[in-house]
Design a protein around this ligand. Sequence first.
Ligand code: UTP
Length: 293
Amino acid sequence: MKIKKAIIPAAGLGTRVLPASKSIPKEMLNIVDKPAIQYIVEEAVAAGIEEILIITNRGKGAMEDHFDHSFELEANLRNNPSKQKIYEDVLKPVNLANIYFIRQKETKGLADAIYRAKGFVGNEPFAILYGDDVIVNQGGQPVIGQLIDAYEKYGKGVVGVKEVPRKDVSKYCSLDVTPIENNVMQCHNIIEKPTEDQIISCYSILGRVVMPPEIFDIIKDTPVNPVGKEVYFTDSMVTLAKTYGLNAIDFVGTRFDMGNKLGIMKANCEMALCHEEIGDDFKEYIKQLAKTL
Ligand code: UTP
């Protein structure tokens, strides 16, 4: 079955980027001239996704406005011959896909946020793109498309993984995997935020997942994790791995963590360097700046 639906959990509190995210959702923080969430929606659309549900929270209405018309602004730009390119850029997010919104009324973790999408998803496999992970693969296949292909080939849930430096594995998770072919592996177990002696491999899940609809019943039956005092999506995926099966794909792409300050700066720096309008000037600026460091 062709995967046409995606969800973007974007209801987190964004505490690691406060105070920037106090009145602006962290998903609306810009990378050069577009908010992070637009990159994520564009990735999904480029992979053939047609319907997108964004899971939001109180105070995150700016995301809804971004994907809607802004009539006064558009009329102003439309009537100004020198601003036609800007007019097209402003219209782009409006016409990308059918975008829906639902609120996660209490911030009870990623699994709870995903469970809000049960009615939207129905009985189909679907993609999940974490709202604070921007992943680019310039000129290549979008990362969520790589996962969708693997789902369609093997008929099992897929997690997008990368090897992260060993000192960072404890911030993410550690996967127990065995190779299947090329960059596809079978995932047997996942340890959330492992201590040094719990690390099985340096493969961690980074922001992209494709799930079968059975995951909703699994989430419903997953007990609250005693450490985090909430249902961990990782615990649900472990059950999926041990029942229906789960694959991992070492994706091709660069991931920027927009949930922390350094990630935001790296994203802006790298995307500015290849930006058609400011790329050359920015490169020159960086070269000069580097000489002073
Ligand atoms: P994070 O844990 O990175 O987001 O969740 P956060 O809670 O905003 O982070 P900090 O620690 O407070 O800075 C990963 C993804 O899951 C979403 C987040 O928006 C992010 O995209 N999320 C998390 C929800 O949608 N709901 C939640 O209750 C928690």
